[in-house]
Write a protein that binds this ligand. Structure first.
Ligand SMILES: Nc1nc2c(ncn2[C@@H]2O[C@H](COP(=O)(O)OP(=O)(O)O)[C@@H](O)[C@H]2O)c(=O)[nH]1
Ligand SMILES: [Mg+2]
Length: 300
C-alpha cells in the first residue's frame, strides 16, 4: 500500500442460501453482526458490517441468499441482493464447496457476470470436504468465469480468511473513511434484538416455521441503562395457530428456552448486566405478503 494513502470501499457478500455468508461476515468482523442458522433464508435484509483498520475501511454488505422469489418477502430479499451487487466496489461470490454445481449457482454466476466488476470466488466449507475434491472444483470455476481470485476457505474455522483479507485489501479503492472508526453496523439495537430472538427461533424449529416466523420489538426501554438495566418486549410472529403452539411448546418450555438463549446473547451484545426480555407469540396470517407488515418487521 502506498504511504499515507487510505483505502475505503464497499464489499458485498453474495451467494446461494446457506453458503456461509453471514458466518464469514461475523468471522471477518470478529463479532456477531449477522445471524446464522442451518436453515435457508436466515438473512432477510441487507446488513452492514464496517471493519476499520489502521489504513483501510472495509464496508461489508451481507445479503439474503440468491433464490427464486415467491412471496413479497422473497421479492424484497432479492431486491436487497440486486441493490448490493449494483452499489459495491467488490463482489465476494460465496459457494458451498460441499454442494454440487447446479442451476441455482448458475443463476448466481450470471448475476456476477452481468455486474461486470471486480469479484472474488470463495469456495467455502473446505473443512467439510476432502482435499482431493477441491482442485477439480477450482479448475471448473476458473473455466466458468474470470474471477480475480478463487479462494478456498472455511468461514467457520477461519482457514484462509487472512488470505482473503489481503486480497480484499488489494482490490479496495483508495479513499477517505466514510464511517467513524468505532462504527461497526448500521443496525439499531432494537433491530439486533429482533434478529437475535429470530436466530434462537430458527435454531429450535424445523419445516416451514423458519420461513414463516418473524420477530417484532414491541418496546425497547433503555431509560435505566445507566443503572445497567434494559427491558425489551418482543413478539414472535407466525402464520398459523399450530405454529404458535409449537413455539410455545409443552408447558411453555420452548419459548422459555428461546428467551433464555436470546437474553444471554443480548446481554453480551448490548453490554448490559441486567436484561429483561418478555416474549409473546402472535398469529398474523399472510404477513409475508403484506407490505406494511414487512416494513414494520424491518425487511426494508
Ligand atoms: N462446515 C462448515 N459449515 C459452515 C461454514 N460456514 C458456514 N457454515 C454453516 O452453514 C450454515 C449456513 O451459514 P450462514 O452463515 O447462515 O449462511 P448464509 O445463508 O450464506 O448466510 C450454518 O449452519 C453454518 O454454521 C464452514 O466454513 N464450514
Ligand atoms: Mg446469511
Amino acid at each position: 500500500m502506498m504511504d499515507g494513502m487510505k483505502k475505503c470501499g464497499f464489499v458485498a457478500l453474495i451467494g446461494r442460501p446457506n453458503a456461509g455468508k453471514s458466518t464469514l461476515l461475523n468471522r471477518l468482523m470478529g463479532q456477531k453482526v449477522s445471524i446464522v442458522s442451518d436453515k435457508p433464508q436466515t438473512t432477510r435484509k441487507r446488513i452492514l458490517g464496517v471493519l476499520t483498520t489502521k489504513d483501510a475501511q472495509l464496508i461489508f454488505v451481507d445479503t439474503p441468499g440468491i433464490h427464486k422469489p415467491g412471496h413479497q418477502l422473497n421479492r424484497r430479499m432479492m431486491d436487497a441482493v440486486y441493490e448490493a451487487v449494483r452499489d459495491v466496489d467488490l463482489l465476494l461470490h460465496m459457494v458451498d464447496a460441499t454442494e454440487r454445481y447446479g442451476k441455482g449457482e448458475e443463476f448466481a454466476l450470471q448475476l456476477v457476470k452481468q455486474a461486470n466488476k471486480p469479484s472474488l470466488l470463495l469456495l467455502n466449507k473446505v473443512d467439510a470436504i476432502n482435499k482431493g475434491r477441491l482442485l477439480p472444483q477450482i479448475e471448473a470455476w476458473s473455466e466458468r468465469s474470470s474471477y480475480s481470485e478463487i479462494i478456498p476457505l472455511s468461514a467457520l474455522k477461519g482457514d484462509n480468511v487472512d488470505v482473503l483479507m489481503e486480497k480484499i485489501g488489494d482490490k479496495l479503492p483508495q479513499g477517505e473513511f466514510l464511517y467513524p472508526e468505532d462504527y461497526w453496523t448500521d443496525q439499531q439495537e432494537r433491530e439486533m434484538a429482533a434478529e437475535i430472538v429470530r436466530e434462537k427461533v430458527l435454531a429450535r424449529t424445523r419445516k416451514e416455521l423458519p420461513y414463516t416466523s418473524a420477530v417484532s420489538i414491541d418496546s425497547f426501554d433503555s431509560s435505566r441503562r445507566q443503572e445497567g438495566f434494559i427491558r425489551i418486549s418482543a413478539s414472535i410472529v407466525v402464520e398459523k395457530p399450530g405454529q404458535k403452539r409449537i413455539i410455545i411448546g409443552k408447558g411453555g418450555q420452548m419459548i422459555k428456552a428461546i428467551g433464555i438463549e436470546a437474553r444471554k446473547e443480548l446481554q453480551k451484545l448490548l453490554d448490559i448486566p441486567r436484561l429483561y426480555l418478555e416474549l409473546n407469540v402472535k398469529v398474523v396470517p399472510g404477513w409475508r405478503d403484506q407490505q406494511h407488515l414487512l416494513t414494520q418487521l424491518g425487511v426494508r
